[in-house]
Design a protein around this ligand. Structure first.
Ligand code: SF4
Length: 419
């Protein structure tokens, strides 16, 4: 295994790249030398709820791994240059980027060079240096390595703003097929530990205990990640599991990563999962999260996957003609928000303002944020249909077979690395 021999030089290179970039952080960090896009350095813009965004320096502490997951570019048996940053080196790079104003926060993830307990010690050491010695009180997102000891989970969560965990599949059996060294029950047990700590932290704050910026206790909420399409697991299985886990609280959101075949891995010749499938899963997750849908209401194709040709909300609407049309002037928020083309913001505006406004037709609804090309066919305004044909019936959209005949691509990098 190689250590980074030229940390100063690497930092100099990064600084010169940043100087060239007038738009902020250097996008070419992803092409860090020697190890290409799997290099330890990268930057991501994190959208925040308030104005603007936070810039996270994403650091892969090491791309060395003793595990042999069949889908992963960093798997043990794959021949590639390996790099390892010691905790102090990682901290030095981050503080260098922070002092130069390139980034506001950190996202640290890692391979597992020996075993989960040892790599967790390194992660904790890095976070302790940042929090306790350098008094960094900003955002830190850290990947928990499943199999850590309870005391390590407690310490890591105490120091982190957000903890994430890769679950990979919703089924222990299929996980073993693609990640023989991983265990879903162990990962879930770890998730529950973090969840209870996050809940404790949030409860204490809700009862008036002021937040400690150096020990945020994971209060930003966990994230979890699934690889989609590397196993036969259906979208229904994924969404049901996500709904169950998110229902327990403490989880901020879920990442879905469409499987991509990686060169020189056992899955090199497995077809990639359509990017649209990943997108549909996110849309279905939003329905659970933001639109008040229950997991049982999501509409699937007979095989258990979400339809690719139409988004999950429209699929639900088309499967429930008895719920439409919805009357703009009288409908409850809960009914309006289920109309394709009406999101939570537009539904709230409609309910709050419709009595005071003179709504005459689609143009007025558009002014309130309704996507009328989608919503028109599902609505009436004072009993009058606004559009006779529903957009979903007019448009072909993408069909699953659209990928048929496409050139089979393989990739050198997995998109799930930093999720
Ligand atoms: S998915 Fe994670 S544990 Fe598995 S080989 Fe890749 S880096 Fe290692």
């Amino acid at each position: 295994m190689l250590r980074v021999p030229d940390l100063e030089h690497k930092l100099d290179t990064l600084m010169s790249l940043a100087a060239d970039d007038r738009d902020g952080p250097p996008p070419r960090l992803r092409h860090a030398r020697h190890v290409g896009a799997l290099g330890p350095l990268n930057i991501r813009h994190l959208r925040t709820r308030g104005p603007g965004h936070a810039r996270l320096l994403r650091i892969l502490m090491t791309n060395a791994c003793s595990y042999n997951c069949t889908y992963c570019p960093m798997r043990r048996d794959r021949n590639m240059p390996r790099t390892l940053l010691k905790p102090a080196e990682l901290v030095r790079i981050f503080l260098g980027a922070l002092q130069r104003g390139w980034v506001d926060g950190l996202f640290v993830t890692t391979g597992i060079p020996s075993n989960p307990v040892r790599v967790m010690d390194d992660l904790i050491a890095a976070l302790e240096l940042l929090r306790e010695r350098h008094r960094f009180a900003g955002y830190i997102h850290v990947k928990l390595v499943a199999g850590a000891e309870p005391a390590q989970i407690e310490r890591l969560t105490a120091l982190a703003s957000r903890v994430s965990l890769n679950l990979e599949t919703p089924c222990g059996q299929t996980l073993t097929q693609i990640a023989p060294d991983k265990s879903l029950p162990v990962a879930l047990e770890n998730l529950e530990r973090v969840r209870s700590l996050v809940t404790l932290e949030r409860t204490a704050r809700a009862h008036g205990r002021p937040p400690d910026p150096l020990h945020p206790g994971g209060a930003a909420g966990m994230t979890m990640q699934f690889v989609v399409g590397a196993t036969p697991d259906t979208d229904r299985a994924l969404i049901d599991m996500v709904a169950r886990l998110q229902g327990g609280g403490g989880i901020h959101h879920t990442h879905f990563s469409a499987f991509r075949p990686i060169t020189d891995t056992p899955m090199e010749n497995t077809p990639p999962a359509p990017a649209l499938r990943e997108h549909r899963l996110y849309q279905a997750d939003y329905l659970l999260h933001d639109y008040g849908f229950a997991a049982e209401e999501i509409v699937y194709e007979p095989g258990g996957n979400l339809p690719l040709g139409v988004d999950p909300k429209a699929a639900w609407a088309l499967a429930h003609p008895e719920r439409f049309p919805v009357e703009v002037m009288r409908a409850a928020y809960e009914d309006l928000v289920r109309v394709p083309g009406i999101g939570p913001v537009a539904a709230r505006r409609l309910v709050a303002q419709r009595a005071a406004l003179t709504l005459r037709g689609l143009a007025d609804l558009r002014g309130l944020g309704v996507v009328t090309t989608r919503a028109g066919g599902f609505l009436t305004l004072r009993g009058r249909r606004l559009q006779t044909t529903r957009w979903t019936e007019q448009l072909g959209f993408w069909a699953p077979e659209d990928t048929a005949g496409m050139h089979h691509l393989t990739y050198a990098v997995s998109p799930g690395t930093f999720r």
